[in-house]
Design a binder for this molecule. Structure first.
Ligand SMILES: Cc1cc2nc3c(=O)[nH]c(=O)nc-3n(C[C@H](O)[C@H](O)[C@H](O)COP(=O)(O)OP(=O)(O)OC[C@H]3O[C@@H](n4cnc5c(N)ncnc54)[C@H](O)[C@@H]3O)c2cc1C
Length: 306
């Protein structure tokens, strides 16, 4: 459900913030010491003991099917939930099941849209809710949100895909917010978006543009031809989409090389350095004798650009 690119980046982001992450670790023992808590975990590398001020247990969720009379009325279920068809009908006429108890998405918005679809069906309204396309958000810092296929899922299905990423570091609004960590990743299949994965500011809000695009089968061109306001975080979505065909406008330069002052020859500044203000100002800081020249150069660039 979450693209592995994002889990890798989140892991390194959390580690940078000082978090220690143990994966494939089964908590085996938990005790209260005089001052703290002590958790013992079995990991592939052996037993690990972690001391902490607080312990948060997050052990997953499952459908609760006990004690609601399913056996009495003959509704089929197993430990994964109540069995339903695409209309949320159980095997017993007039008994429907929606939400967590079906063991499907286990998300609030999925449950409520299951419910809407069932009521629409009972009322003989046409229901076109795409119940298979459910955005999934993780409310962490930075936020994570995804919808549609991950790159791994697409590859497992042998789909021919095209992938593009746009970093928030090149998005004006993200920079102004001081939250430029992360990116928008889009996956294209046959000219249409098949998956959108976001890590960054307001990811849980931004994901709906991707959800709408996938749901309504918008083409990459449809998105490219839709004007997005500037400066907004949504521009990162358009840029990522444009990037599918190498048409992104504000891509971060691939390499931000620090020009060594010793080797720095002003007349050899290439086009790339000329368009990269960071490099110019980096040089300012590093070598005072070039300052005046460089500041003039910067002004020149500014004049040229605007
Ligand atoms: C800590 C936590 C955080 C979560 N955060 C998010 C989140 O950020 N976003 C998100 O999308 N989802 C989140 N979820 C999941 C979300 O809450 C569920 O997916 C959603 O509530 C499922 O809706 P539901 O209607 O299927 O079940 P429920 O919301 O559990 O509703 C079932 C209802 O049935 C009632 N009931 C049970 N037995 C009987 C009975 N015998 N007779 C009559 N009534 C009965 C219950 O009292 C309850 O009101 C979170 C869940 C938890 C536990």
């Amino acid at each position: 459900m979450i693209d592995t690119d994002i889990t890798k980046r989140l892991t390194s982001s959390l580690k940078k913030k000082g978090m220690k992450i143990l994966t494939s670790a089964a908590a085996a023992n938990f005790e209260k010491t005089e001052s703290d808590y002590r958790v013992t975990a079995n990991t592939p590398k052996g037993e690990v003991v972690v001391e902490a001020e607080e312990v948060l247990l997050s052990g997953g969720r499952g459908p609760v099917t006990d004690g609601i009379g399913l056996d009495e009325v003959g509704v089929e279920y197993d430990r994964t939930g109540i069995a339903v068809n695409e209309h949320y009908e159980t095997n017993v006429a007039s008994i429907y099941a929606i939400g967590d108890v079906t063991g499907q998405w286990m998300l609030a918005h999925a449950a409520s849209h299951n419910g809407i679809a069932v009521v629409e069906r009972i009322m003989n309204f046409e229901s076109n809710i795409n119940q298979n396309l459910v955005p999934n958000c993780i409310f962490i810092f930075p936020e994570i949100a995804s919808v549609g296929l991950t790159e791994m899922e697409a590859k497992a299905k042998d789909l021919t895909i095209n992938v593009s990423k746009f970093m928030f570091a090149a998005n004006g609004k993200a920079l102004a917010l001081g939250k430029s960590e992360g990116y928008v990743k889009v996956i294209e299949h046959e000219g249409k978006l098949a998956g959108v994965h976001i890590m960054g500011p307001h990811a849980s809000d931004l994901i709906h543009e991707g959800t709408l695009a996938i749901n309504k089968g918008l083409t990459v061109r449809d998105i490219a031809e839709t004007i997005h306001a500037h400066p907004t975080l949504s521009e990162a979505f358009v840029e990522a989409t444009l990037g599918l065909h190498n048409e992104a406008i504000h891509m971060v330069p691939k390499k931000k090389k620090k020009i060594k002052v010793n080797n720095f020859k002003p007349h050899t500044l290439n086009q790339r350095a000329m368009s990269n203000m960071d490099i110019v100002f980096l040089c300012c800081c590093e070598h005072k004798s070039y300052k005046i020249f460089i500041l003039r150069l910067s002004i020149k660039i500014l004049n040229k650009k605007y």
